[in-house]
Design a protein. Sequence first.
Length: 99
Amino acid sequence: MVAVLLVKGTIETGRLREFAENVGAFVGYRRKKGWAVPEVLHGLAGPMNTVLMIFRYERLSDWETECAAERVDTEYGRIASTLPYVDGSLGYELYQPQE
């Protein structure tokens, strides 16, 4: 494992159930495309409407290729837009595991 991407965001108040219903299509589409499939975690302490997705990549170039493909894939954009994140709440952090 060369890279781990953490994507953390806040779901709009009252829409956590909608997120849970829609995230399956998001994960399924990524799986179908052969992209990294995230582990989806829901907050248990602190704000309960916080969600963390963990993506793992074997090569950093896999992440770069995937990012470029996501930007031009209109169906991916449509599916991702069904996830009711609070505007401006998404944060991305890329880590390298200790060998």
